[in-house]
Design a protein around this ligand. Sequence first.
Ligand SMILES: [Zn+2]
Length: 159
Amino acid sequence: MKLKTERLNAVRRKLKANTRPSASGCWLWSGYTQPNGYGWLNVAGLKIAAHRAALIVAGRDVPNGLDVCHRCDVRNCVNPAHLYVGTRAENMADCSERHRHNKPIGESHWRAKLSSADVKSIRARRDSGEFLRTIAVDFGVHTTTILRIARREYRMEVA
Ligand SMILES: [Zn+2]
């Protein structure tokens, strides 16, 4: 999605006027927020999620049909450094699973989430042919994480 310069500038101004930094490094959107927690922007005839707008304004390519996800789990955060473009499936697996499992917000990472016993269990389940997705949901992590653990690309310290 590309915006014309005029619109882009209007979006940039609106973002700047409605964003405040937080101690955690998140840039919190203080404008209108949807019931689902995502910031929402209505400017220059454009209606767009604030975090999506933030990534576009930052000059990143945000293809239509792909979601913008938060690394930080803070839905009204518009810090481009905390955002990435993912598929809808990734967004569901990643963002919402983390919310459902109520993982701590911030710098938490799958490395810290999975114990050595978890890693062994993941490999055993994968070796027995279970679907990546089923395992990922059970552990509240991304399917890619499961795949890499199963392939021994991650957590090689666990025998
Ligand atoms: Zn953030």
